[in-house]
Design a protein around this ligand. Structure first.
Ligand code: ZN
Length: 341
């Protein structure tokens, strides 16, 4: 067991904290087949032992926090993948599997469980008509009421199952979905950490959300009756997020050089703890990249560790890693970064 109060105390006294690395791509690298529509979501149901192993690997590599495998478990996605009757089951199991891994691997250390929340809803690819994971990564085609309902469902299930706090990992340029989600998560009474991915526009401004690869199918497509996607600077988006009173602001799913610039923006606009967990680069095409095992990451372990050190120097307190970065990147981290920020 771990109490969030102890994590809060560590944050308050300036301890550096190690988050986990990528959940879904780690499952992939273990050979777990991911669903074409719902990606890693159904694996809590179809491959529970592998999900436990994946979390255990992170704990043994030094993670203080592990994240539930719930990035792709919202009802509309699971329904489209044929798991509509298992929304509760899949989300409960995700939490229980993380708890089981904690039990097995924590070795007396405090390990906290973050409930991952994304705004990802798998949709229909407008080019091929196929429903698939890559078709949408933001939610402009979904109404505010529907979003509240979908987010409310998973946050109440995960809170009941026992996550220690929520980590909002909404992506795309839809800051509204991110804010709705953070508010809904807050309503459970649990602490909420809010994350942003970032990109740099042609005027060299750090922007919130956005896809880093312009070929992603969802970009720029506007649906009849949909909510507008507004371009926001990261500074504007962070100031909006602060209104919801998060415990931590993070930069995630962003390549290392952009993450470094984004951290500067966060630190200028937010006085609380900052977390970074970057994405690895791969040379294969956007939709195939995480499935392609013949490709190596562009970043070596040393490059990642150097970046982590420089972030802690900047004032970042929590470091982890996102898509493509496996546990081997985390292992040297505890030795490499100072105990205090
Ligand atoms: Zn990522």
């Amino acid at each position: 067991m771990a109490d969030y109060k102890d994590l809060k105390a560590r944050l308050d006294r300036g301890d550096t904290i190690i988050h986990d690395a990528a959940v879904s791509t780690e499952l992939q690298s273990m050979g777990v087949p991911l669903d074409f529509v719902a990606w890693s979501g159904p694996t809590n149901y179809t491959h529970p032992s592998s999900v436990i192993q994946m979390h255990e690997r992170h704990i043994r590599a030094g993670s203080d926090i592990i994240t539930t495998n719930t990035w792709s478990t919202l009802r509309p996605t699971l329904e489209r993948a044929g798991y509509g009757d298992f929304v509760r089951e899949i989300n409960v199991r995700a939490v229980h599997l993380a708890q089981e891994a904690r039990e097995r691997a924590s070795d007396g250390r405090n390990i906290w469980i973050a409930g991952s929340l994304s705004s990802h809803i798998s949709g229909r690819d407008p080019r091929t008509g196929e429903i698939g994971f890559g078709a949408f990564s933001s939610t402009p085609q979904v109404s505010v009421d529907e979003l509240r309902q979908y987010y409310g469902e998973v946050t109440s299930i995960m809170a009941e199952a026992g996550v220690d706090f929520f980590i909002v990992e909404a992506m795309g340029r839809d800051n509204e979905a991110r804010m709705i989600q953070a508010q809904v998560a807050k309503e459970t009474g649990l602490p909420v950490w809010i994350g942003f991915n970032a990109y740099i526009d042609s005027k060299d401004t750090v922007m919130a959300g956005g896809q880093q690869v312009s070929t992603d199918v969802a970009e720029g497509i506007q649906y009849k009756g949909s909510r507008a996607m507004k371009d926001l600077t990261l500074a504007e988006a962070v100031r909006e997020a602060i209104q919801i009173d998060p415990d931590v602001i993070s930069i995630f799913h962003t390549r290392i050089p952009t993450a470094t610039k984004a951290v500067e923006v966060v630190l200028e606009n937010w006085k609380g703890p900052v977390m970074v967990y970057p994405d690895a680069g791969r040379r294969s095409s956007a939709l195939a990249k995480w499935y392609d095992h013949s490709n190596d990451n562009e970043e070596s372990t040393e490059e990642y560790i150097d970046a982590a050190r420089s972030w802690v120097d900047q004032g970042v307190q929590i470091v982890g890693a996102c898509c493509g970065f496996g546990v081997e990147y985390l292992k040297p981290l505890r030795q490499a970064i100072p105990e205090k920020v």
